[in-house]
Design a protein around this ligand. Structure first.
Ligand code: PLP
Length: 386
């Protein structure tokens, strides 16, 4: 934790572990692939013994991330959903989990699958509705899950006040910080007990790793998670950690450029007659603008928008754009576009999608590092075709 006291997060991201190689003086931290480590002698393990529990490369990525999130430690998992499963896998059948009804569909699928098997009880709430959340908290939950901003509608909730309510009700709080990363939001100082990530997205940033992480606010929670990760074998591969740490080096620089473009795009889309609504918390007209402004240090590079003209307009639009690639996922250097109703959120029932507000004419974009003017020109040709 010494880096955190001395340096700004940008510096930690760029330099954590650099020039620490004792064997050859390598500037870039080496990749340790070995699954097993030599004991110093009878009953004397060294700092590492077996790679499922500990690995130097994975630990380096974990400690960088824990510092950036201001947590006590992080466990690196093989996917974002693996990170969520690490958190909820320790719960027991009588435990209650409260989660947003409009969370990422994979999150909902996992929670529902485990709840259906009786692993815990699940209550889905509209996390933007205070009364709904309060009512659920009356039932003495074990864990409150928050996704802010939410995927894909970019709804933002006040993490600090929610964490206060949850703690009063005796629940722990876990926040999915995938959409913003610690560069733009730090839920632990706002009161969260855990932050989890799909490192697949902004943290790695190059769309070439599937990974996840859970950061714990204190040592006890961290040790317990780490032990559970070893018990169930949830840890990520060393090579993925090495790549993700390399991606993390540029996180702050990438997001600064990407969110600037996202803001320009949001403004452009808001003024276009073919666009019915734009969901971007950076717009003063967005319902959560004030909260986002207060608890985030930037508005991020994800946004969604709805077209007039329903599915026909969506098809024409998607046929016409060239730079925005039609693909799931987000947070990479390349711009992506997704149609949640038939892609990321296809597993939800029509009823659940309607309740969550995910219409057939909603498109979600992840703004990459291409020139803003090219991105806007590309959207222009799409909207022209609607
Ligand atoms: N959380 C959010 C907000 C996501 O968007 C995703 C994936 O899109 C996940 C979690 C799951 O991450 P992964 O695909 O790495 O399992």
């Amino acid at each position: 934790m010494t880096d955190r006291k001395r340096h700004r997060p940008e510096t930690i991201a760029a330099s954590h572990g650099v020039a620490t190689d004792a064997a050859f003086g390598a500037v870039v931290p080496p990749l340790y692939l070995s699954t097993t480590y030599q004991f110093e002698g009878y009953d004397k393990p060294g700092p590492y013994d077996y790679g499922r529990g500990n690995n130097p490369t994975r630990d380096q990525f974990a400690s960088a991330l824990a510092q950036l999130e201001e947590g006590a430690g992080a466990v690196i998992t093989s996917s974002g959903l693996g990170a969520l499963d690490l958190l909820v896998g320790r719960l027991t059948p009588s435990d209650l989990v409260i989660a947003p009804h409009d969370a990422y569909a994979g999150t909902l699928r996992l929670l529902q699958a485990r709840a259906n098997r009786g692993h815990f009880r699940l209550c889905l709430v509209d996390q933007s509705d205070d009364a709904d959340v309060h009512q659920a908290l009356d039932d003495t939950p074990a864990l409150l899950l928050i996704e802010s901003p939410s995927n894909p509608l970019m709804r933002v909730v006040d993490i600090e006040s929610r964490a206060g309510w949850a703690h009063q009700a005796g629940a722990e709080v876990a926040v999915d910080n995938t959409f913003l990363s610690p560069a733009l939001q730090q839920p632990i100082p706002l009161g969260a007990d855990y932050v989890f990530h799909s490192t697949t997205k902004y943290l790695n940033g190059h769309s070439d790793v599937i990974g996840g992480a859970v950061v714990a606010s204190d040592r006890q929670r961290f040790e317990s998670l780490k032990q559970w990760a070893n018990i169930v074998g949830a840890t990520g591969s060393p090579f993925d950690s090495w790549l993700a740490l390399r991606g993390l080096r540029t996180l702050y620089a990438r997001l600064a450029v990407q969110q600037k473009s996202a803001m320009a795009i949001a403004v452009y889309l808001s003024d276009h007659p073919a666009v019915k609504a734009v969901h971007y918390p950076g717009l003063p007209t967005h319902a959560s603008h004030a909260i986002a402004n207060r608890q985030q240090s930037g508005f991020g590079a994800m946004l969604s928008f709805e077209l007039h003209g329903g599915l026909a307009a969506v098809r024409n639009f998607l046929r016409s754009v060239e730079i925005f690639t039609l693909a799931e996922s987000l947070g990479g250097v390349e711009s992506l576009i997704a149609h949640p109703a038939t892609m990321t959120h296809v597993d939800m029932t029509d009823e659940a999608r309607t309740l969550a507000g995910i219409s057939d004419s909603l498109l979600r974009i992840s703004v990459g590092l291409e020139a803003t003017s090219d991105l806007i020109a590309d959207l222009y040709s799409g909207l022209d075709a609607c």
